[in-house]
Ligand binder design. Structure first.
Ligand SMILES: *[C@@H]1O[C@H](CO)[C@@H](O)[C@H](O)[C@H]1NC(C)=O
Ligand SMILES: *[C@@H]1O[C@H](CO)[C@@H](O)[C@H](O)[C@H]1NC(C)=O
Ligand SMILES: *[C@@H]1O[C@H](CO)[C@@H](O)[C@H](O)[C@H]1NC(C)=O
Ligand SMILES: *[C@@H]1O[C@H](CO)[C@@H](O)[C@H](O)[C@H]1NC(C)=O
Ligand SMILES: *[C@@H]1O[C@H](CO)[C@@H](O)[C@H](O)[C@H]1NC(C)=O
Length: 325
């Protein structure tokens, strides 16, 4: 008989090959995508029940396929069953994200941020995803967009992780609110000239979504190299002021860990609930190595049980239970 064991094994193998997950470009029409952000998605072969969603915006001069190929998030997604959305910037020719217009910096007003949130909504609907477990991480322009999404859509995201970015609002500072300021390169911010108090930065974040008031806020971690030649290292401390300001935490770390997670990087923890942390990467340039495993742990994306970290659980002053150290 032809359907002997080796043939069946071969057939199963071929079916697996056909099914193997890949980066898909979707052409679905989204409810709200005013700037026409491109939509790419990686859905692993084996999804977790009610899969979590990770958004991974690319860097300037990058695109969705390069973000997919250039990080370990798709591999981790195959391992743990979460979905990864790779949005693709519509802003040519530099392919940076618009993190400066009043549209993108204001809740539900428009811009690239709203298009990305529409992709999240579509994905949650289509795959019966868990709306409590939506996260965002990126490098450089993707890290700026991470700061923007966490601050402008605190009702959508449960947490953010930003590598070599700037504080929400920094790129929008000092420019007028007209359309030509979309995707504006703010060299004053990039070179570290824009500085504010924690109170001022917190005001900027609150202004991004005035109606949100004292609602639950996503947790945040930020990383930056001390030798960053593109977005000056000063921006790390502006992010620290911004998020400690939003969370009402002291700017004095409660814990400092040398050589964490790699040699010559220092981890600073703020408050007592591990709601905000900053990593200073000594002698690291703008080309900062993303610590994908660290990020996935921070978001608790390896968790498969019922007690996984989610939106609305814990807070800057409420110790979290059941999370890895
Ligand atoms: C979406 O459009 C792009 C470009 O036309 C095409 O390459 C891709 O296959 C389309 N994706 C789907 C899922 O139809
Ligand atoms: C993902 O896993 C595949 C297969 O194990 C490997 O070839 C590839 O290099 C990995 N990619 C990343 C970015 O880790
Ligand atoms: C960052 O800005 C400071 C102050 O202007 C400057 O001294 C430093 O050299 C800059 N860092 C880099 C890596 O360019
Ligand atoms: C850490 O810093 C030391 C001292 O400058 C240096 O010799 C070493 O190569 C650095 N390690 C890494 C992984 O960058
Ligand atoms: C800092 O990094 C550069 C490479 O980017 C390397 O050449 C230099 O030796 C490092 N400095 C120290 C003190 O380790």
């Amino acid at each position: 008989m032809w359907w002997n064991t080796p043939v069946i094994v071969l057939l199963v193998y071929l079916i697996r090959l056909v099914e193997a997950a890949f980066l898909q470009q979707l052409n679905v029409s989204l409810a709200n995508n005013p700037t026409n952000v491109g939509f790419y998605i990686y859905v692993p072969d084996t999804l977790a029940p009610n899969p979590p969603v990770l958004v991974n915006p690319h860097w300037c001069h990058g695109d969705a396929p390069s973000a997919y190929a250039g990080s370990a998030f798709a591999n981790l997604s195959s391992q743990y069953g979460f979905i990864v959305i790779y949005p693709d910037s519509p802003n040519l020719p530099d392919k940076c994200w618009d993190v400066s217009s009043s549209g993108t910096l204001t809740h539900d007003l428009g811009g690239d941020s709203l298009g990305i949130v529409s992709m999240v909504d579509w994905t949650l609907d289509t795959y019966d995803g868990d709306p409590g477990r939506v996260f965002v991480t990126g490098v450089s322009s993707g890290a700026m967009m991470t700061n923007v999404l966490v601050g402008v859509y605190p009702d959508v995201f449960a947490g953010g992780s930003a590598f070599a970015g700037v504080a929400l609002g920094c790129f929008g500072e000092g420019i007028s609110a007209n359309a030509s300021d979309v995707d504006y390169w703010n060299s004053e911010c990039a070179t570290g000239q824009i500085r504010h108090t924690a109170r001022e930065w917190a005001e900027t974040v609150r202004h991004a979504y005035p109606g949100y008031g004292d609602g639950w806020r996503p947790k945040m971690q930020v990383f930056h190299g001390t030798a960053d030649q593109v977005l000056n290292y000063t921006n790390l401390w502006e992010e620290v002021k911004e998020w400690t300001g939003v969370f009402g935490l002291s700017q004095t770390p409660t814990a400092t860990m040398a050589n964490t997670p790699v040699a010559n990087w220092t981890k600073y923890v703020y408050g007592h609930a591990d709601w905000f942390e900053a990593y200073s990467a000594w002698n690291v340039t703008h080309n900062i190595p993303v610590q994908a495993d660290e990020v996935v742990d921070w978001f608790d994306l390896k968790c498969q049980g019922r007690d996984c970290f989610r939106r609305g659980q814990g807070g800057p002053h409420v110790p979290q239970r059941g999370l890895p150290e």
